[in-house]
Each structure stands twice: as structure tokens, then as C-alpha cells.
Design a binder for this molecule. Sequence first.
Ligand code: NAD
Length: 361
Amino acid sequence: MLVGGFEVYEQIPLPPKTDYGIGIVGCGGIVNYAHLPAYRANGLNIVSCYDLDPETAARTAAEHNIPGVAGSLVELLADERVQIVDIAVPAQHQLAVVEQVAAAGKHMLCQKPLSTNYPDAVRIVELARSAGVKLAVNQQMRWDAGIRVARQLLDAGALGEPTDARIQVSVKTPWDMWPWLAASPQLEVMYHSIHYIDCLRYLFGDPARVSSFHTKYPGQKALGETKTITVLEYSSGLQILVDVNHSNWSDDISAVFRFMGTAGNIKGTIGLLYDYPKGRPDTLEFQTRQDLPDRWHKVPLSKMWIPDAFIGPMSSLMEAIQTGGEPLTSGADNLKTLQVAQLTYRSAAEKRAFEFGELDK
Ligand SMILES: NC(=O)c1ccc[n+]([C@@H]2O[C@H](COP(=O)([O-])OP(=O)(O)OC[C@H]3O[C@@H](n4cnc5c(N)ncnc54)[C@H](O)[C@@H]3O)[C@@H](O)[C@H]2O)c1
């Protein structure tokens, strides 16, 4: 659609071939309310699923009409119909699963974070590379409508040179819904803000330096940090702020983004966070210098982060398999997102800025 003189669209394209057999590993919350609804809506071919808990796997198969339930990972990988393995287990278990999937020579979609630590994530990427299989990471916020359209506007030059970007979120998150998450010593950035870091890298590239400040809410039960402020500095002079608070008990929650440049500005809301996991569509409006004063162009958005955006990483993986290219959220690309996330912890602990690239030295 044409808005304010710019061509924008929220649809997520599929590659020509989409009938690869998909096997699911880990049948928890996110698979049931996001992965499978998105795959079904796009007519994908889910052939089998496996979970450590057999009842969970059986229930998921019944609810989503999946023809096969595997009794073990070995059994799922031995199924010749399975060409892509969609892994959705907690991060600390992902490497062990990837070792077997890579050995079986199957392509894979991994969950974010790729690992709880950087060296294991590097190992995961190397396992897929040496096995000659494609690996994508499920950083699907890049396909969320607000971010997708922002990227299209940036590509079309609507912002000019980016100067200031910020994502500011103040919500109430019930961490106890995920006991393994509440027990994680690294919480907010690794499991939540990592989406923002990945999207900001997608929109603006890699930062030069990372600074971060982490804290907790008085008396909170979750082990890790639940409120963070991260600043990304770029050699161009661009500054980015990611400011997230998960302990807003009031009835005034917010989840907003604002991207400013020398020629234009974008502002919007992240709909999912207004009623997670149901959510609502994002909003996005933009203004160029010619629109001053008081004119903002509203882009009408209808697609949701959950489940619509969840087709993005799988679609990109399938395209990479067909073209021999790399998925948009490839393992190698994701190491950079994970590196920024990990540097926030170093920065918060040592109370100083870290150069991007520090973890590769
Ligand atoms: N991309 C996103 O936006 C997003 C959102 C939520 C969760 N996640 C990620 O998805 C993963 C799952 O999260 P969830 O919310 O569904 O958690 P969950 O606790 O609801 O489900 C996890 C499931 O994995 C199973 N499991 C654990 N280890 C396993 C193994 N080795 N083999 C097979 N099954 C195993 C458990 O039995 C459980 O059923 C996590 O890595 C999480 O970080 C991503």
C-alpha cells in the first residue's frame, strides 16, 4: 500500500516450495500458541512432534492434527519425512538437541536465545555449518508488522540518516509462568530485550559500543534482572536506548518505539505487550520534514506478532534451503545479537562500556 508517498506492506512472503516435512522438538507454550497456529495458517507440513514429556507431545499432536508423535529424539530424526527440525526447548538444552539434529543432517530452526552462553552458541553454529545444514534462529520480531514496515521506510530513505532510536517498555510480566525462566540468573535481556537488540541490529546494523544497567524489583521471586537500560552507541553518532521494566503494577502500561533521522521520524507501539500473549496489532506512524507541522502518516496494520510473525523465520529458512543462501536470522547473524546481549551483562557487572566484538577476541 502507498502511505505518505512510500510503498509499505506487512505481508510475509513465502518461498515457492513450502511442503518440507517439519518435526517439532519441545511442545511447550510457545509451540502451541505461536509456532503451530502460524504454520497451519500458511499450510505448512508438520509431520511429527516430540517432547520429553510424552503426554505433552500427545496433547499437542491431538490439538494440532499432527500425524506422528515420536517417543524419542532419535525416533523423530529417523523419520525420513522430517526435513526441518523446529527446536523449542529451553536454551540450556538446545546444544544437546542440535548435536543430534546436525548429526542426522537435518535443517533446523532454533529458539532464541541460541544458548545461555556465547561459546555454546558458537559451537551450535559450527555444528550446523560443518554438517552442511541450514540453521535459522527464531528471532521473529523482525517480521512483526511495526518492525517490518519501519525497515521498509528506512530502506526507502524516509528517515534519512538515523540519529536516535529508542524502544521503551513498561509492563507487568508474570515470570512464574515459566519456572525455568524464573530460575535463570540472566533474565530480562537474554529472554526479552534480546528481541529488541536483534530488531535494532536489523534496522541499524551493529553498534560500536554497549553499556547497560540492570536491576531487580524489591522482593521479586525471579532470580535474574527484571529492569534494564541499555545504550548502544554507533560510530555514525547514532544512539539507541532500550529501556525495559517488567514490574509495572499500574494500569498504565506501555510499549513504544521511536526511530528518528535527519529526514523523518517513525513512532509506534508493540501491540503484543498490551495483552500478552493475545496482544493487538502494532501501530506505526511517520512524518517527514515536508509534513511539518502536525501531519503524521498512519500505516494501517492488522497482522499480529503472535502468531503471524512466527511464519517469518521458518519461511526464511525454507527460502535459504532452496536458494543455497542464508536465512535472515542465520546462526552466524544471531551470534552478533547474542554477543550484544552478553555484553550488557558484562557492562552491568563491571559498570563500564564494552566494544562490540569483545567476545570474539
Ligand atoms: N521466540 C519467542 O518469541 C519465544 C517466546 C517464548 C519462548 N521462547 C523460547 O522457546 C523455548 C520454549 O519456551 P516455552 O515458553 O514453550 O517453554 P515451556 O516451558 O512452555 O515448554 C518447554 C517444553 O520443552 C520440553 N523440553 C525440555 N527439554 C527438552 C528436550 N531436551 N527435548 C524435548 N523436549 C524438551 C519441556 O518438556 C516442555 O514441554 C525456550 O527456549 C524459550 O526461550 C521463544
